[in-house]
Design a protein around this ligand. Structure first.
Ligand code: SAM
Length: 314
């Protein structure tokens, strides 16, 4: 969970697909999908967004409720140690909406702190599937009122997002294979320490050359493949540390390496959570066995497969 904790504390984004961007949450067809659903909730409903992250979907719900005067009570939970109010503090418009959400940090979907039959609806955007499916389904059914519904957008095993995630993981595997961080660390360690045998300048030049060659090799492997974007982004972010090698850059490199490892862990989570056709069928069967109905359909965005939509009624 550490990788999610550190992402939600560092990002200036409300949602989880916005590395280094200040993203205000979902928009376009994804938001239209949710708005249509929000419009079906009765005035005064109590609605929970599970695996909310920094609250992108919860904030959209509050915004919708304010606009149409639906008077929704919006709750939002996540297993990570989230603190969106302090993370997004610099964005006053968003902060105003976040203040209308009641957040539950370190709260697994499998174990929700709500009474039986207490919620009108549960929703989730790329979050429910990160939990243990059967236990989470049972817990959502437990907290829903008898007339309640659960709606989610779920990662699809063949979506554009999953393919991008696989490209990222393949690129990070190339970085590990060529020991990029080991050479980079050696180089910056010299800049941080006293020269011993060769002159500091000679050693720095030697390692600089070695690192430059590694960067070229990485680019060579990635050019014209789905990894190219990942490679450009990586090199763009790390290269300022080597333009002029200075003491202090070693610490920055360590932080960057930590961020990359954390990103890799989140990508692995995303890949593991994505549902195949078989997973969708298995989930439907599981809901049916529990005596309830569900509907799972592919969701397209600009003609590309983006995810599954899941609806379950109690
Ligand atoms: C891809 S992020 C999505 C966050 C948010 N819904 C969004 O769209 O930006 C997945 C989230 O699931 C959370 N998560 C993982 N396992 C969980 C669990 N068992 N219960 C609740 N949240 C969980 C992670 O902490 C992370 O915030």
């Amino acid at each position: 969970m550490e990788h999610w904790n550190s992402y939600w504390h560092q990002t200036k984004s409300l949602n989880s697909f916005a590395e280094d961007e200040s993203s205000p949450g979902y928009n376009g067809a994804v938001l239209d999908y949710w708005h249509q659903l929000f419009a079906s909730f009765p005035t005064g409903s109590t609605i929970l967004d599970v695996a909310t992250g920094n609250g992108a979907l919860a904030v959209s719900l509050v915004d919708f409720s304010n606009t149409v005067k639906a008077n929704f009570q919006v709750l939002a939970s996540d297993l990570a140690a989230i603190q969106p109010l302090s993370t997004i503090a610099a964005q006053p418009d968003v902060l105003k909406l976040l203040r209308q959400v009641c957040f539950y940090s370190e709260t697994p979907t499998e174990q929700l702190p709500f009474a039986q039959n207490s919620l009108d609806a549960v929703i989730s955007q790329f979050g429910f599937e990160y939990s243990k499916r059967k236990a989470a389904m049972q817990e959502v059914l437990r907290v829903l009122k008898p007339t309640g519904s659960f709606s989610a957008m779920i990662h699809h095993r063949s979506s554009v997002l999953t393919k991008d995630c696989e490209s990222g993981l393949a690129f990070y595997s190339d970085v590990a294979d060529c020991h990029f961080f080991a050479v980079a660390t050696e180089l910056l360690t010299i800049a941080d320490s006293e020269p011993k045998q060769l002159s500091s300048q000679q050693r720095t030049q030697y390692l600089n050359k070695k690192l430059f060659k590694l960067a070229q090799d990485l680019q060579g492997i990635c050019v014209n493949t789905t990894k190219e974007y990942w490679c450009q982004d990586f090199l763009q972010r790390v290269s300022p540390l080597f333009m002029q090698v200075k003491p202090g850059h070693l610490q920055l490199l360590k932080r960057f390496q930590h961020d990359i490892l954390s990103h890799e862990a989140r990508l692995n989570d995303q890949l593991a959570s994505a549902w195949s056709e078989q997973d969708a069928e298995d989930f439907s069967a599981c809901v049916l066995r529990a005596g309830h109905q569900s509907n799972i359909s592919p969701f397209l965005l600009d003609n590309d497969l983006f995810g599954w939509t899941l609806k379950m009624t109690k």
